[in-house]
Design a protein around this ligand. Structure first.
Ligand code: ZN
Length: 490
């Protein structure tokens, strides 16, 4: 168990295309938190915070609330008196008049490029005014990407390079100057990374070419508050993230040794890479290069931690990440033997971010997500449900991600109670708890975490197959008993 998240940036990605991520799982998505078309928004990047604000269309242009824009950056207040709207930001005063195209900041004239509006006491300015207006308040430079709705305050840009390896098939390696956490989508012939929260900026040329038939090019673009890097590839590819989030490797899915990929799609042809013979080029009219998951899973079992994230060091020779994989496999076996189709999220020693885990659980519409942890302290089992934040630390459109679990929490608690009751019945010590344990709060369906500790003080019991089965069969029995209730919400 380790409660701190290594990568906490939570962006609900817009899915609707098959996605594939670090561990090679393939899912067709038709989700996620909202089916509504994306509203226009302005992404703001600063040293203090990265956030997103909704834009409104007035007078044939985009407007943004000035108070809301400055709020995360400093001490700000505003007062509306009739047609007059006064704003204080730190020690700077702005004086605005309804319908006027000019304002005064610290007594000096400022061009708003369009008329100032007041709606519900909110002062609205045209986005086009920000490049000249904001430096007057902030005392430093800003860079506005007006077309794509991105605003950079100070020197916050994240840059990147891309280089092709000499392997066959080649791998494309991206290096970023700061950690990134894009959402990843694939379509025939391309893999797309969308950076919603990162101040990613274009390379010298937006089109990078690599002189390879397999991965000919990558293209940088921006729109609606996000930067997008599209990798063109003639073979199915996937993205793998380094633990520090600064390196993303695009490689062929068919050379992946990841067992989870096999597990996710047992019917996949799994065409091996033949040196010198790249797979046939995928055209945009071709069927998806990656076949979708044929099965619909009732349960998603997540072996917590993995890769560079070892979890708890249970003993000198025992890492939590290895115990959780064994427990997850055992739980899958117990669930499937009860007729419950189960996907193990991490079936190898792979790096998988907390966001990716939640995205998988959500995209697959599983009836229940079960995260497995192991611990050396305490006795027996702890069953957790999410403790939701009262108010997410994220802003605007990102907030829903931190409380995605909200609607399903009663179902999660009901499942957790059933699991705890089954442990009690089997006289295994159990506690039922709530905790701010990610990614439980990001999962839209029922979600619980099961943390297994030894019954005594000997942590080697965690590796004993009979103890593992004792625990996982109890969980599986409880899930099977609540199957109808869980399935009704699926
Ligand atoms: Zn853990």
């Amino acid at each position: 168990m380790r409660w701190t998240s290594h990568r906490s940036a939570g962006v609900p990605p817009a899915l609707g295309v098959p996605i594939i991520t670090a561990c090679g799982l393939i899912l067709t998505g038709a989700i996620l938190l909202s089916g509504a078309p994306p509203e226009k928004h302005l992404a703001v990047y600063s040293v203090a915070a990265n956030y997103s604000l909704p834009l409104v269309q007035r007078e044939n242009r985009s407007y943004v609330g000035l108070l809301e824009l400055l709020e995360p950056l400093g001490k700000v207040s505003a007062k509306a008196e009739g047609v007059r709207w006064r704003l204080h930001y730190n020690n700077v005063e702005g004086d605005f008049l309804l319908g006027k195209t000019r304002a005064r900041v610290q007594g000096r004239d400022a061009d708003l490029t369009g008329r100032f509006l007041i709606e519900n006491h909110r002062g609205l300015v045209p986005v086009t005014a920000l490049a000249s207006l904001l430096p007057r308040f902030l005392g430093g430079p800003v860079t506005l990407h007006e077309e794509s709705g991105r605003l950079f305050i100070g020197s916050v840009a994240t840059h990147f390079t891309a280089s092709l390896s000499a392997d066959n098939p080649p791998r494309l390696v991206f290096h970023f100057t700061a950690p990134v956490n894009p959402s990843v989508a694939t379509e025939p012939g391309a893999l797309r990374m969308t950076f919603s929260r990162e101040p990613l900026v274009a390379p010298a040329s937006p089109t990078l070419t690599f002189g390879s038939r397999v991965i000919p090019s990558a293209i940088y673009s921006e729109s609606n508050g996000a930067a997008v890097v599209t990798v063109n590839a003639s073979i199915p590819v996937m993205a793998t993230f380094s633990t520090d989030g600064r390196t993303v490797t695009i490689s062929s899915t068919s050379t992946s040794t990841n067992a989870a990929a096999q597990n996710a799609n047992p019917s996949a042809p799994g065409a091996p890479a033949v040196p010198g013979q790249p797979a046939p080029a995928a055209s945009s009219n071709a069927p998806p290069a990656m076949p979708p998951v044929a099965r619909r899973y009732f349960a998603v079992v997540d072996a917590s931690h993995g890769g560079d994230d070892h979890g708890e060091t249970l003993s000198t020779s025992l890492l939590e990440k290895d115990v959780t994989v064994a427990l997850a496999r055992s739980l899958r076996q117990e669930l499937e033997s009860r007729g419950i189709p189960t996907l193990v999220l991490r079936d190898s020693d792979a790096n998988l971010s907390l966001d990716q885990r939640a995205i998988f659980a959500n995209a697959g519409h599983a009836a229940i997500y079960i995260a497995v942890h192991a611990a050396s302290n305490g006795h027996g089992v702890r069953v957790y449900t999410a403790l939701l934040p009262f108010d997410g630390d994220d802003r605007g459109t990102f907030r829903a991600w931190t409380t995605a679990q909200h609607a399903s929490l009663p179902l999660s608690q009901s499942a957790a109670s059933a699991v705890a009751a089954e442990f009690q019945r089997r006289q295994i010590p159990v506690r039922n708890l709530t905790a701010p344990l990610r990614p439980l709060n990001n999962v839209t369906g029922a979600a619980i975490a099961v943390e297994v500790a030894p019954q005594g003080s000997d942590s080697s019991q965690l590796t004993a197959p009979d103890y593992q089965q004792l625990v996982t069969s109890a969980v599986a029995t409880a899930i099977a008993a609540t199957r109808d209730q869980l399935g009704a919400a699926q």
